[in-house]
Write a protein that binds this ligand. Structure first.
Ligand SMILES: [Zn+2]
Length: 130
């Protein structure tokens, strides 16, 4: 069993639907969300078997937009300066960024931190292998 951290009540309600849609068996583990929050809310870990872990990871990455297709370039009128731009990552006139990196947007999210650690581990182990 691998536990994937760490989701709020609101997130988990949607993720449960997602996991069911992907036919991934899961367990939820409630954990205290700590003293920094005043409301008596819980966070949740999603537990999946080793077998289903890669599939669950893909589903969650899909849900949070951690996919290559989110790097779509922008063509049209810049909402900030009204310049006409064609196929750019940022406005050539005012520098407004059109491409958002989901890892950057969610850098503080426990799932994002988990993913980064996982990728670092994978890299390290593949280096050992060669
Ligand atoms: Zn602009």
């Amino acid at each position: 069993m691998i536990c994937i951290p760490r989701f709020t009540q609101a997130e988990i309600e949607e993720l449960v639907v997602l996991l069911k849609g992907f036919e991934i068996p899961y367990e939820l583990k409630g954990v205290s969300s700590g003293v920094s929050r005043f409301r008596g809310t819980k966070d949740y870990l999603i537990g999946v078997s080793n077998e289903y872990f890669p599939k669950a990871l893909e589903a969650l990455k899909f849900y949070y937009g951690f996919v290559d297709s989110s790097y779509e370039r922008f063509t049209g009128t810049c909402p900030a300066c009204q310049a006409e731009v064609v196929d750019v990552e940022e406005c050539s006139s005012c520098g407004l960024a059109f491409v958002t990196d989901p890892y950057e947007l969610m850098a503080d999210h426990p799932f994002c931190i988990f993913l980064k650690k996982l990728e670092a581990q994978t890299e390290a182990s593949s280096k050992e292998f060669y």
